[in-house]
Design a protein around this ligand. Structure first.
Ligand SMILES: NC(=O)c1ccc[n+]([C@@H]2O[C@H](COP(=O)([O-])OP(=O)(O)OC[C@H]3O[C@@H](n4cnc5c(N)ncnc54)[C@H](OP(=O)(O)O)[C@@H]3O)[C@@H](O)[C@H]2O)c1
Length: 278
């Protein structure tokens, strides 16, 4: 069996720690997606890695191959629904699908985001994640049950931003809130199909996405440790993996305040930079 072979790895301990053999990751060319791919790379593992930037994706794929994984690269835009269906359905057995691709954008001039930016953030961070999760559910529910008792697992990378109405990143917060809510609410019925759905809500992680932020980022961590927390939480079967816990707790408290107070607090620091999409 494929997962038995994976357990014989001596090069990297990933297959011992995680119950997956075949993993698909969107947004694998940088940041958290890259760190997730590297954390899973080991002999006996098959990684399907997707992103738009061919050279950056190739560099990540090469590192994963050096660690012993078999890697399939796919240059793909998560907004291309048909291409996503074809990729996911054509990948063969998948134990874990991670809808990670996303962009960061907001407003740092005290004015609302442009219509183009609102649509772009929703198209990538919400629809793009659904373009990954929905065909994955269709595919994974027909797979054989693995030794972990599941037909497959889908993790969506939302954010702690899902818990707050941040004026400096309004559409980002909205997209992540919708993704988190959809994942959490769908999980119980997906479980009836033998599928695990997990919503991942990281705090601030040091990646190209946060490199341009000009405000304090409490609890900022490197992508490697963040990937470890994510993979351990998903492997443990959690419905939601939100970290660091104290940042998640603070966000929950601020998010539960009356809107006029929470948005006043959240608009004190400068917002995320606007995108050049107008
Ligand atoms: N960093 C944080 O503090 C943080 C916190 C909470 C949640 N998150 C979430 O974690 C995920 C990864 O973020 P990150 O910080 O690792 O960002 P990042 O370093 O900017 O990486 C984003 C990845 O997504 C890919 N991507 C972007 N748009 C895409 C598209 N249309 N189609 C396919 N791939 C696309 C990028 O690759 P290409 O450009 O090559 O396509 C890249 O591989 C995002 O969903 C983000 O919202 C991040």
């Amino acid at each position: 069996m494929a997962w038995q072979n994976a357990n014989m790895s001596t090069h990297n301990t990933a297959p011992h720690r995680f119950p997956w053999h075949c993993i698909l990751i969107t947004g694998a060319s940088a940041g958290i997606g890259e760190a997730l791919a590297l954390a899973c790379a080991a002999p006996g593992m098959t990684l399907h890695l997707g992103a738009r930037n061919a050279s950056r994706l190739a560099a990540v794929a090469t590192q994963c191959r050096v660690l012993g994984a078999e890697v399939e690269e796919r240059i793909i835009d998560v907004r291309d629904r048909d291409a996503m269906v074809a990729w996911i359905k054509g990948a063969g057995r998948l134990d874990l699908v991670i809808a990670n691709a996303g962009i960061g954008a907001g407003s740092d001039d005290g004015l609302p985001e442009s219509a183009a930016q609102v649509r772009e953030v929703l198209a990538i961070n919400l629809e793009g994640a659904l373009n990954t999760a929905l065909p994955a559910m269709e595919m994974l529910k027909n797979q054989a049950i693995a030794p972990n008792g599941l037909r497959g697992t889908i993790a969506t990378i939302a954010s702690i931003a899902a818990f707050v109405p941040g004026p400096g990143a309004a559409t980002y917060c909205a997209a992540k809130a919708a993704l988190d809510r959809w994942t959490i609410a769908t999980a119980p019925f997906a479980r009836n199909l033998g599928l695990q759905l997990t919503s991942v809500c990281p705090g601030y992680v040091r990646t190209p996405l946060t490199a341009g932020n000009r405000f304090p980022m409490p609890g900022l961590m490197d992508a490697g440790p963040a990937a470890e927390i994510i993979l351990r939480g998903v492997a443990a079967g959690k419905r939601r993996v939100a970290f660091p816990w104290w940042v998640a707790m603070l966000a929950r408290i601020v998010g539960s305040l009356p809107p006029v107070i929470s948005t006043w607090i959240l608009s004190r620091p400068p917002g995320k930079q606007k995108m050049a999409v107008d």
